[in-house]
Design a protein around this ligand. Structure first.
Ligand SMILES: Nc1ncnc2c1ncn2[C@@H]1O[C@H](COP(=O)(O)OP(=O)(O)O)[C@@H](O)[C@H]1O
Ligand SMILES: CC(=O)N[C@@H](CCC(=O)OP(=O)(O)O)C(=O)O
Length: 306
């Protein structure tokens, strides 16, 4: 990555991704933003927001009798669907988030992921199946850093353009991961509608390491968007000689939590709530000892597999 480890002059950034499911109540959304703001004030972190809007795409595609198909949580996007999807993501959902920021006394600046070449975007490698879906990677954090330095909160939607200026639909989790990489964020927080990754009994798996992700995505009880989310996270890390090695990104911790309750989010950000934390450390026992984390449910999965 081009812009990693760029030294102390740059802000300590946490990227927060808001699922489209959290945008339905503007008052809930602004309460969530207040929790994020207060956490940033107490930790010295600077927030960059990314939002989805999948449920609005579903709704408007149904209204206009357009197809509504997904593969492992990724929307299959026909060219004829794009204007509707663009309106849902970069118009309807985006405006809702900007407006909730105002309610929370936050100064937002709305951003397209490819504005000022922040991210670069190409047609997805699986485009023969997925259609007009994009794949993003880190490129130039300059504008985002300038906005942060001036006290603004950059807010990204997930509609991007490729090198020819063609519009592509990108999964918002992928945007969040690429931004975390681009901004050398120390944390990535993915806010959805479940208390993190749930096991077969519906209990939160509180701690996993990145090298366990692949086998988790093969479990029957992990499906749909959770597969896309977990696979997106692996992009921040790489393995070397069978061991997990951190990629050039700064991210050391990813949290998957619910954004449906400000109270639960507060706990999750303090590391004490019903949420899943994904760390790079390869040895889960080491981590358990180091952080006194309860990972019984995860160990059950491992036992069941052996
Ligand atoms: N094991 C699991 N734990 C939690 N959620 C899961 C699991 N398996 C499937 N899911 C589904 O994945 C969804 C989250 O993915 P997605 O719908 O893409 O969310 P988002 O809107 O946050 O991107 C959850 O709402 C849930 O329905
Ligand atoms: C390619 C792809 O899957 N794009 C997503 C973009 C929106 C999104 O990711 O929204 P949520 O975070 O609310 O799920 C979609 O069309 O639904």
């Amino acid at each position: 990555m081009k812009y990693c480890n760029h030294g102390a002059d740059y802000p300590d950034v946490t990227v927060f991704k808001l699922s489209g499911k959290l945008l339905q109540s503007e008052s809930l959304l602004s309460e969530i933003l207040l929790v994020i703001k207060s956490w940033c004030q107490s930790t010295g972190q600077q927030a960059v927001l990314v939002h989805g809007g999948g449920l609005y795409c579903d709704h408007w595609c149904n209204v206009f009798q357009l197809p509504n198909n997904k593969r492992n949580g990724m929307r299959v996007t026909d060219p004829q669907q794009l204007p509707v999807i663009a309106g849902a993501l970069a118009g309807y959902a985006h405006t809702k988030v900007l407006s909730a920021c105002k309610q929370a006394m936050i100064d937002p600046v709305g951003m397209t992921p490819t504005t000022a070449d922040t991210l670069s975007c190409q047609l997805h490698p699986d485009h023969t199946v997925l259609g007009r879906v994009g794949n993003v990677s880190a490129n130039d954090p300059t504008l985002t850093f300038q906005l942060l330095a001036q006290g603004f909160w950059p807010v990204f939607h997930s509609l991007a353009t490729d090198q020819n200026g063609e519009c592509l639909n990108v999964n918002a989790d992928d945007i969040a991961v690429a931004l975390a990489d681009c901004l050398s964020a120390s944390k990535l927080v993915l806010l959805s509608d479940t208390n993190g990754l749930l096991d077969a009994k519906g209990q939160t798996i509180r701690a996993i390491t990145v090298d366990q992700i692949k086998s988790l995505t093969e479990q029957q009880w992990v499906s749909k968007g959770m597969i896309a989310k977990l696979l997106a996270i692996t992009e921040l890390f790489s393995t070397e000689g069978g061991k997990v090695a951190q990629r050039s990104s700064n991210v050391s911790e990813v949290i998957i939590a619910s954004g449906l309750s400000p109270h639960l989010l507060k706990d999750a950000l303090q590391g004490s709530g019903q949420a899943t934390t994904i760390k790079m450390m390869a040895n889960v026992h080491q981590w358990q000892q180091a952080e006194q984390v309860e990972i019984k449910s995860l160990m059950n999965i491992k036992e069941a597999q052996t």
